[in-house]
Design a protein around this ligand. Structure first.
Ligand code: NAD
Length: 281
C-alpha cells in the first residue's frame, strides 16, 4: 500500500504522518521545499513530545518519521500510488489542475481523494478520466489527534472507491463515516455551524455574554470548548468565511454571519493567532 499526500500544510503534513505511524509507506509532496521541511520539523516535534510522555517508543517514532518521504515532484510521487489524498489550498481551480496532473501521473486504478472542507468531489473529478475513483475524505484538524474522517461520495463515485476510502481511514487509525450525498458542510460542520449560529444569535440579542454561553455549552453539553473559545482556537476569520460561504451559496438568512463576528474579523481580532479574539492570549 503506497499513499501519496499532496500539500504539506496543516492538514497534509499530519495526514501523511498519521498514516506512517500506522505502518503505511507515504510520500508527501508540496511545491514548496521549505514547506516540506516545516512539515517534517513539526511532525518530529509532535512525535517526540509523545516519546517524552512515554506514549510512543523512540524507535517507533523514528521509523514513523522516516516512513514519510518528501518530494517537490508530484508526478514522481504519484507514479506508484495506490491512493492519493489531496490537501492543497482551498482553491477550486488549483484543485482541478492538481487532479488533472494526478490523473496523468497516477496508475489507472489509484483512488484520488480530496480533503476539501467545502468542495464536493463532483466539482473536481470531471478533470480526470476516472470520476468513479474520486471521492472526498475530510479529515479534522489536528489530524494526529482527531479521530474522524467524513467520506463523501459524489454522484459518480463507485462503491469500490467508497470501500477503499473507508478501509484506508481505518488502516490509518481513524474512524470513517459515510455521507451518501454531497452537501455543503458535510455532517460535522453543519451541526457545528447550526449550534454556533444559535450561540451568536443569543449573543447578538443580548440574552447572555459570550463567556456564559461558552460555560453553558461546556458544562451543559459536555463539549470540550464552547463556540466562542473554539472560534478563537480555529480562527474567527475561518468561522466568518465558512458562514459567509454558506450564506452566499444558499441565500438562507439562517446562515448570515453575526454582525459581532464580522466586527471582530474587520478589527483583525482573529483569536489565538492574533493574540485576541473573544478572549485575550
Ligand atoms: N485547516 C483545517 O482545519 C482543515 C480541516 C479540514 C480540511 N481542510 C482542507 O484541507 C485542505 C488544506 O488545508 P490546510 O489548512 O492544510 O492548508 P495550508 O494552507 O496549511 O496548506 C496547503 C499546502 O498546499 C501546498 N500547495 C499549494 N499548491 C500546491 C500544488 N500545486 N502542489 C502541491 N502542493 C501545493 C502549499 O504549499 C501548502 O503547503 C483545504 O482543502 C482545506 O479545506 C482544512
Amino acid at each position: 500500500m503506497r499513499l501519496v499526500v499532496i500539500g504539506a500544510g496543516s492538514m497534509g503534513a499530519q495526514i501523511a504522518q498519521q498514516a506512517a505511524l500506522c505502518g503505511v509507506e507515504t510520500w508527501l509532496s508540496d511545491t514548496s521545499a521549505e514547506q516540506l521541511q516545516r512539515a517534517r520539523d513539526s511532525n518530529r516535534g509532535h512525535l517526540m513530545r509523545r516519546v517524552e510522555k512515554g506514549k510512543l517508543g523512540k524507535v517507533e517514532a523514528e521509523e514513523a518519521l522516516s516512513r514519510v518521504r518528501e518530494t517537490t515532484d508530484l508526478s514522481e510521487a504519484a507514479s506508484s500510488a495506490d491512493f492519493v489524498i489531496e490537501a492543497v489550498f482551498e482553491d477550486l481551480q488549483l484543485k482541478r489542475s492538481v487532479f488533472a496532473e494526478l490523473d496523468r501521473a497516477a496508475p489507472a486504478d489509484a483512488v484520488l481523494a480530496s480533503n476539501s472542507s467545502t468542495m464536493g468531489i463532483s466539482k473536481i473529478a470531471g478533470e480526470t478520466t476516472r470520476p468513479g475513483r474520486c471521492v472526498n475524505m475530510h479529515f479534522f484538524y489536528p489530524v494526529l489527534v482527531m479521530d474522524l474522517v467524513e467520506v463523501v461520495r459524489g454522484p459518480q463515485t463507485s462503491d469500490e472507491t467508497v470501500d477503499r476510502a473507508m478501509s484506508l481511514a481505518r488502516e490509518i487509525g481513524r474512524t470513517p463515516v459515510l455521507i451518501n450525498k454531497e452537501i455543503d458542510g458535510f455532517i460535522v460542520n453543519r451541526i457545528l455551524h447550526a449550534a454556533t449560529q444559535e450561540a451568536y444569535r443569543l449573543l447578538d440579542a443580548g440574552v447572555a455574554g459570550f463567556e456564559d454561553i461558552d460555560v453553558a455549552v461546556e458544562k451543559g453539553l459536555n463539549w470540550p470548548m464552547g463556540p466562542f473559545r473554539l472560534g478563537d482556537f480555529t480562527g474567527l476569520d475561518v468561522t466568518y468565511k465558512a458562514r459567509l460561504h454558506m450564506y452566499q451559496s444558499t441565500g438562507e438568512e439562517r446562515f448570515r454571519p453575526s454582525p459581532k463576528l464580522e466586527a471582530k474579523v474587520k478589527a483583525g481580532k482573529l483569536g489565538r493567532k492574533s493574540g485576541e479574539g473573544w478572549y485575550s492570549y
